[in-house]
Design a protein around this ligand. Structure first.
Ligand SMILES: [Cu+2]
Length: 316
């Protein structure tokens, strides 16, 4: 059952739900109205009761009624749709900005202080503006509980959405634009926290340091980076081919690649891996498709690549 008090997770819930309910209500009126008229006609004008068909030629009154009434109804629907949508088009100036990267097949988030996550952490009652960046193909960013959804278009400037989360909790985020093989795995979570808790999370570097200490195993940092940014959507560790080659035993092995149409063999070293990440289509591994892996230039720094390489060395 519809209960606004438990679903009021953002400032847009009311407007969107209102438009939805108005349109649903009008649809139900028509469903019931048409069904009643149909049944009445079956009864009133069946062959026994009305053996000779009645012909009607023109009725100005009827014409006016069925022009004016639907016009008014569509204007009512338009009004509620417009009223619910208009406030979404302009973010308040004090909104916190977060960049959302969408690529095949995950979302990750970058905060103003450079912090990167695979969960969208938000502060309750703090308006937030999400700058949407599609790195490869069309995706669509959808948070049902907040009633917001926006296509992510590669290359589009000023591709954004905003909202104000109003309830603590964890909410699902989906990609709602079919974007290839693992589209159905392209989901994430929005975690809304009390302001104080969020501030603590945002500024807490000790937590990060603790994570790093916990990750003393060689390559653990690199693995974490790769999980956050979503390399494992396409690459496995156990030898299984996914969209891209498995990382199992990748370090030091001889890879057959196509470079500018020429087949050649290269050995997988630091330079090759770095190039694979920054310029994936320069050397395309034989048997795989060009253009699926998109450059991480600008998203991963040289230090990140070093950590990734440290990790890949350990994947035997
Ligand atoms: Cu997608």
């Amino acid at each position: 059952m519809y209960s606004p008090e438990i679903t009021q997770a953002s400032n847009f819930v009311k407007g969107v739900d209102q438009a939805f309910l108005v349109i649903l209500g009008i649809s139900f009126l028509f469903l019931i109205g048409l069904t009643v008229v149909m049944i009445w006609f079956l009864y009133r004008y069946n062959r026994k009761r009305n053996p000779v068909a009645t012909q009607i030629h023109g009725s100005t009154t009827l014409e006016i009624i069925w022009t004016v009434v639907p016009f008014l109804l569509t204007m009512v629907m338009f009004y509620y749709g417009w009223a619910g949508w208009k406030p979404m088009t302009k973010a308040p100036n004090d909104a916190m900005e977060i960049t959302v990267y969408g690529r095949m097949w995950n979302f990750n988030y970058e905060y103003a202080n450079g912090r990167r996550t695979d969960t969208l952490y938000l502060s309750k009652d703090q308006p937030v503006k999400l700058n949407l960046k599609a790195m490869d193909v069309l995706h669509s960013f959808y948070i049902p509980a907040f009633r917001v959804k926006q296509d992510m278009v590669p290359g589009e400037k000023d591709n954004f959405m905003w909202f104000e989360p109003q309830r603590e909790g964890n909410y699902e985020i989906f990609c709602t634009e079919y974007c290839g093989l693992s589209h159905s795995y392209m989901y994430s979570t929005a975690k809304v926290m009390e302001t104080a808790e969020f501030e603590k999370w945002m500024t807490d570097t000790t937590q990060l340091a603790a994570e790093v200490v916990a990750m003393e195993a060689p390559g653990a940092v690199g693995k974490k980076i790769m999980q956050n940014i979503g390399c494992f959507a396409c690459h496995t560790l156990d030898g299984t081919k996914l969209v891209g080659p498995s990382f199992k035993g990748v370090w030091g092995h001889e890879a057959t690649v196509i470079t500018g149409g020429q087949k050649r063999t290269v050995s997988v070293d630091e330079e090759y891996i770095k190039k694979s990440i920054y310029d994936p289509n320069a050397d395309v591994v034989d048997g795989y498709m060009k253009g699926l892996m998109v450059s991480y230039q600008g998203q991963l720094k040289d230090e990140d690549i070093t950590e990734i390489i440290e990790y890949l060395k350990t994947v035997k």
